[in-house]
Design a protein around this ligand. Sequence first.
Ligand code: FES
Length: 285
Amino acid sequence: MRARSPAALTALVLVALVGGADGFKYARSFATRRAAQLRLATAARATADSGAATATAAAEAAGVVRVQLEKPLGMVLEEAGEEGAAAGVVVVELAPDGAAARDGRVREGMALLEVAGQDVGAATFDEAMDALIGAPSVVELVLQGEAPAPAAEQVEPEEEVPAAVAEDVPAPAADDAEDVDDGRPASVVVDGSTKITVERGEILRNALRGSKVDVYDLMGKVTNCNGAGQCGTCAVAVLGETDALSERTDAELRKLGKKPDNWRLACQVVVEGGGELEIQTKPWQ
Ligand code: FES
């Protein structure tokens, strides 16, 4: 704040505390040059006059406020522009506990646009003071300051793609790649020479017979139970991996008893996975 002369300080006290005509007159003696306020005042005056809701919103967006203050107003006004010019007045100081400060919307630097409905945006200092002096004890003022900064648009942050995570996923090792289920049917080597394809979910006996593989020996051809798990004549030995085959059934546990662990009843085995399999038919021979 600038250093003020004793006369100026006297004017400040008069305006802030008394609000009378003498106070305003003294305040003029230390007027500043705020020509920029005139441009703001002209634009805002039309907005404030409209009274419509949209205009009110536009006025607020332009930094215009409409307040009702009780005298003394508690603010120091100076003329805008060159001394004696009809460029309106601006608020240069607020009394800490004055009416304007208590209202909270009046700020230093604001241009005074209206006093009790009277346009003072382009008034001389004396005209503005006359309007204030002649206004009722509770006076409606329209002022304009700098437009508030627009609120930053709330933009939902995009979910960050954890690219680094994707990049960090290690490539499958060679051994792991072999375990990848490609969905293809099983390829079954029978008796070391015949290779058949077995669809997933197919019963091994049916697949063998469908491929004209001789599942039974001579006795079995006559005595087999036709896949009921009762005769044991369809037994095969599974060579190598058995992960693609279904679990042993109760019928297998009964009929195979003490037979080697890799023996299975072809009529009970479901080929559930793919890959390479190898079996031997009639393993007792
Ligand atoms: S056909 Fe009889 S147990 Fe398999």
